[in-house]
Ligand binder design. Structure first.
Ligand SMILES: [Zn+2]
Length: 453
């Protein structure tokens, strides 16, 4: 498991193109596009991923910040007691997941524990470059990744489990993620070329998106904060040998998933049987990715509070809503523009509204759009909201019948509040038969739209 702090899926797309290309094209990675965090910061999202519980369910709260984390049942203990060699590595020892305003571990949590070395380095300012990203001529990210690579080589023929989490480079700067592209892509290419992924599952992930700065005041920033990157890479032979699991993994790329699901998947990897149970209860909070996550899963089912929930909800608009006519008019204008653009105005009638059948709005919930901040992890946890929603984007699903010809159309149009502009969101569907009405034109789009003169 190789984690990078504060990298949303979209920031990964923008700033890690080489790594992304290697993961998707060479390693056939499963990228979870609906992977939603379940709590605010690193600690409270990594605990669900590695214990299957919320922090308060461990149980832990701030009163225990002086007590070490040794007693809790982290997944690396399960691996260790099943005979796996273990590694635990974090870069910045001050930001350590279990050390930042917390007590950490009394006994090293893994056979190979990077922290003593990280502390020794941190204590000697003279070895660091001024930006604190390099020790001498070595990039800190590379040092950690090499440590893990060494473990992978050493234990290539026996079971091992490694948990890495790197914060320093990406935690405070959304653009620094670009500097992480080369070290991670090099790492993945190296371990792939050396055959180290032939018997290993690689999980490349983040805990949440950027939690600081101006981007959080934007709609896209709110979505990115909640949607970290998550990739799972299995050996190529695994995909062939277990087609049912592979099919489910592929379906789950576009389902709502969370750190709780990663925990269940880790257990399925550790206690692997190759079977798929198949009867998943949608109410179950964590579901292994080897099972098909139900399409009906909601944030509520998955243990995601409304202010973290990026799922959109749909409701019918009343015909006195200002967007009711605006979205219908946009669609009709767009359709008529197609006749102009394709030089068929002498063949097709201009279309006018016959009847609006329905307009549905699809939008994010108010709590997400008004979210301001969350304070404290357990005791006195307070979530505060702004009075106003952040300017966002809405999708309107429009169903109309147009004249002449009584063509029935359905389409989604997108409205961006920041610009006040509509655009099309996908194709236009023609939902009744058009028979010979459009024989005078060619092409599938015009065939759907045109009513010949
Ligand atoms: Zn974090």
């Amino acid at each position: 498991m190789i984690g990078v702090d504060s990298v949303s899926r979209l920031n990964h797309v923008r700033n890690m193109p080489t790594t992304r290309d290697y993961l998707l094209r060479h390693l056939d990675a499963i990228e979870l596009q609906g992977y939603n965090k379940v709590a605010d910061n690193t600690f409270v999202n990594i605990v669900p991923m590695t214990t299957g519980r919320l922090v308060e369910e461990l149980p832990w709260n701030e009163q225990k910040s002086g007590e070490p984390f040794d007693p809790y049942n982290f997944i690396w203990k399960n691996f260790s007691s099943s005979g796996y060699f273990t590694l635990y590595a974090e870069d910045d020892p001050r930001l350590g997941i279990f050390n930042y305003i917390k007590r950490g571990f009394r006994v090293p949590p893994a056979d190979h524990y990077y922290r003593p070395f990280a502390l020794a380095l941190e204590g000697d300012n003279s070895v660091w470059t001024s930006d604190h990203h390099c020790v001498g001529d070595r990039f800190e990210t590379d040092m950690i990744l090499n440590y893990t690579k060494d473990l992978m080589k050493l234990y290539h023929r026996v079971p091992y489990f490694g948990f890495n989490f790197l914060s320093r480079l990406t935690h405070d700067s959304i653009s620094n993620t670009a500097s992480a592209d080369t070290p991670y892509s090099n790492m993945f290419r190296d371990i792939d070329n050396q055959g180290l992924l032939n018997n290993t599952v690689l999980i490349f992930f983040s805990d949440h998106g950027m939690r600081f700065g101006e981007i959080r005041e934007t709609y896209i920033g709110k979505l990115e904060e909640r949607l970290p990157m998550m990739f799972l890479v299995f050996p190529k032979w695994f995909y062939k040998k277990y087609p049912q699991i592979t099919q489910n993994l592929k379906i789950n790329r576009n389902r709502l998933t969370t750190p709780f699901d990663i925990y269940e998947t880790l257990k399925d990897i550790l206690y692997f049987t190759g079977d798929v149970k198949g009867d998943v209860d949608v109410e179950q909070r964590g579901i292994s990715l080897f099972e098909e996550i139900p399409v009906s899963r909601s944030c509520d089912h998955a243990g995601i509070l409304p202010h973290w929930c990026t799922c959109m909800s749909q409701q019918e608009l009343s015909n006195n809503d200002q967007f009711y006519n605006m979205s219908v008019n946009y669609l009709i204008t767009y359709i008529n523009q197609q006749f102009v653009l394709n030089n068929v105005t002498d063949m097709c009638w201009p279309l006018k509204l016959g009847r609006t059948k329905s307009v549905h709005v699809i939008q994010n919930n108010d709590k997400l759009l008004k979210y301001k901040q969350s304070l404290n992890d357990v005791i006195n946890r307070t979530v505060s909201f702004n009075a106003k929603r952040v300017l966002s984007t809405y999708i309107f699903q429009v169903a109309v019948s147009l004249m002449p010809g009584s063509g029935e159309f359905e389409a989604s149009v997108r409205y961006d509040e920041t610009t006040g502009n509509f655009t099309m969101a996908g194709d236009i569907s023609r939902i009744n038969k058009y028979g010979h009405d459009s024989d005078c034109v060619h092409g599938s789009l015009l065939h759907k739209l045109c009513f010949c003169k």
